[in-house]
Every structure is written in structure tokens, then in C-alpha cells.
Design a protein around this ligand. Structure first.
Ligand SMILES: C[S@@+](CC[C@H](N)C(=O)[O-])C[C@H]1O[C@@H](n2cnc3c(N)ncnc32)[C@H](O)[C@@H]1O
Length: 296
């Protein structure tokens, strides 16, 4: 495994680890048992968090047509829930995960599987010997640009990601992406608290920027905006965290506990009011893509 930063394309490994390496045991207190750390997909009123997270994993794996995808890449694999679900659905599949979090990589490696590999590596440093059948990336795109970048550099960074996905996919391959996006808010509204204490060196995309950066490389098969799904997920996380308050405080200290409680509460409001959205996009590789300059 190599440790590498990705300053040219977004948050560094150090910035990622500031958030994700707080403590695996702390995240276990308030995430679902599969440790999925992104918006769930609430299909039925009676679903609990576990069921809604599984529905989200399945939505993305359906996009990848997982039953006929022998090799997949998960960019920003977290604690590995997508890869484990991929193997449940297709036991012959092999999954490669990438994360910049040491704690996440350690946890995946603590449950060894011949069919799951994880690298502590940015997509920008990942070399692909043989193209994948499908690529999924959930909740990582939020870290692929920084607030201090010029707009054209931000979009060029996103373009590098789509270029990477294009050359890393077989003809006919699909990319399933999930990211928080700006809705009524803009870069200048990004809260100082979030920028300094929660998600350092990170920025969010507008949907138009995603479309621009992927143009001529991928076509959009379908897209859904699910901000109410993120608000509901966050309310579950916040409720779980508050229910384990004493343990959480003992584990990470009062200041970290309060920071997370404030962050989750602010996110509920943001998704509820629509300053931010939660965008899920299924992309199809354009196999006859010609090299072109980034379209304006
Ligand atoms: C919010 S977590 C989502 C994890 C997982 N996809 C899930 O839904 O549970 C974001 C993930 O993106 C990863 N990440 C951020 N920037 C990355 C990069 N440049 N290359 C690879 N992974 C990255 C983080 O290490 C983390 O695993």
C-alpha cells in the first residue's frame, strides 16, 4: 500500500484523515451496522436505516449491472460496505476499493477476503493494468476540489476524474456516482465551520459542473436528486449519536462529540431547506469519445 496525497485534485490524505480517522469505534456508534457513511435511499416508509442503506448500495450496483460485472472499482470505498454487497450479489466478482483513510483501510483488511482489495491511494494515483467493468463512487466527489481553487481549475480537476474513469472502464462500462451538490447555496456560502473543522480542503459541485466535466466522455443514463433522503439519513445518525452520547464523549472527548453533533444538525437543516442537494447519477461510457478540450 502506498500513502499518497492528492493535492492537485482535491483534499490531501491528511485532510481526509482529520475527518475519517477520528476512531472507527466512534463511527460504529451511530452509523448502520454496515458502516455506510453517505445518504441512504428511502424507498418504503417502514424501512429502517439498515434497509435504506442496502437499497442505496443496490441502486448503484444495479447501475453497474453487477451480476455481469466481474471486476469493479469503488473510488472512496469507506469501510467497504459497497464491495461486500457487490460480492453478496455476484460471488464471482472482484472489487478494488480506494480510500485515503488509514482507519478505513485497516478495518477492511481486518476482514480479509480474496475478492476484496483495498489501497490507501487516491484515484489520481491508481494505475489500471486491465480496465474495470464498472466504477462506483459514493460520497467522495465532495473531496475532489478545494474551495481555494479557481473555478476553471476546479472543473479541470473534475475533468481529470472523468478522464480517469473513462480510460479505466471497458467499452460499455458504467460509472455510478453519488455526491452532495450545491442547490441554492454557492461556494461563497460554504460555512467556515465546515471548511475548517469538518471537511477541510473540500468543495462541492454544482450539477452543471459535473455535466460539463463529463461531457463527451460519458452520457447520463439517469439522475436523481434526493435531498430529503439525506435529511432523513442524517436525522437517524444524529439520533443514534445522541443515544450513545456518554460512550461517544468517553471515546473521543467532549469537543469532538459536540463538533459532530453540530455538523450533523446543520446538515439536516441544509438538506431540508435545499441549500444543498444529494445527486445520484448513472453514467454510460461513450466508447467513441474523441479527445476534446474541456467544453465551456
Ligand atoms: C463520505 S466517505 C464515503 C464512503 C463510502 N463510499 C460510503 O458511502 O460509505 C468518503 C470516502 O472518499 C474517500 N476519498 C476522498 N478523496 C478520495 C480520493 N481522492 N481518492 C480516493 N478516495 C477518496 C475517503 O477516504 C472516504 O473513504
Amino acid at each position: 500500500m502506498s500513502t499518497s496525497t492528492s493535492r492537485a485534485t482535491g483534499a490531501s490524505a491528511e485532510a481526509i484523515q482529520q475527518h475519517y480517522d477520528v476512531s472507527n469505534a466512534f463511527y460504529e456508534l451511530w452509523l448502520d451496522p454496515g458502516m455506510t457513511y453517505s445518504a441512504a435511499l428511502w424507498l418504503r416508509e417502514e424501512d429502517d436505516l439498515d434497509a435504506a442503506q442496502r437499497a442505496k448500495l443496490d441502486w448503484h450496483l444495479d447501475n453497474l449491472r453487477i451480476e455481469s460485472a466481474p471486476r469493479i472499482l469503488d473510488v472512496g470505498c469507506g469501510w467497504g460496505s459497497m464491495m461486500r454487497r457487490a460480492l453478496e450479489r455476484n460471488p464471482d466478482c472482484r472489487a478494488q476499493g480506494l480510500t485515503l483513510s488509514q482507519a478505513q483501510a485497516d478495518r477492511i483488511q481486518a476482514q480479509p477476503s480474496e475478492r476484496i482489495s483495498v489501497a490507501l491511494q487516491s484515484w489520481a494515483e491508481h494505475s489500471v493494468a486491465e480496465p474495470y467493468d464498472g466504477i462506483v463512487s459514493v460520497g467522495a466527489f465532495e473531496h475532489f476540489a478545494r474551495l481555494d481553487q479557481k473555478l476553471e481549475d476546479k472543473i479541470a480537476g473534475y475533468r481529470s476524474f472523468f478522464d480517469f474513469c473513462h480510460r479505466s472502464l471497458k467499452p460499455g462500462g458504467r460509472l455510478s456516482l453519488q455526491t452532495i451538490s450545491y442547490e441554492t447555496a454557492e461556494r461563497k456560502d460554504f460555512s467556515k465551520f465546515f471548511a475548517e473543522e469538518i471537511f477541510p480542503e473540500s468543495d462541492l459541485p454544482h450539477i452543471a459542473e459535473i455535466e460539463q466535466a463529463s461531457r463527451h466522455l460519458f452520457e447520463i443514463v439517469h439522475l436523481r436528486n434526493d435531498r430529503t433522503h439525506y435529511a432523513r439519513t442524517l436525522r437517524h445518525w444524529l439520533r443514534n449519536l445522541r443515544a450513545r452520547k456518554a460512550e461517544a464523549r468517553a471515546m473521543v472527548g467532549d469537543a469532538v462529540y459536540e463538533r459532530y453533533e453540530k455538523y450533523l444538525g446543520m446538515m439536516v437543516v441544509a438538506f431540508h431547506t435545499g441549500t444543498m442537494n444529494l445527486t445520484r447519477i448513472c453514467f454510460q461510457r461513450l466508447d467513441d469519445a474523441r479527445p476534446r478540450a474541456l467544453a465551456g
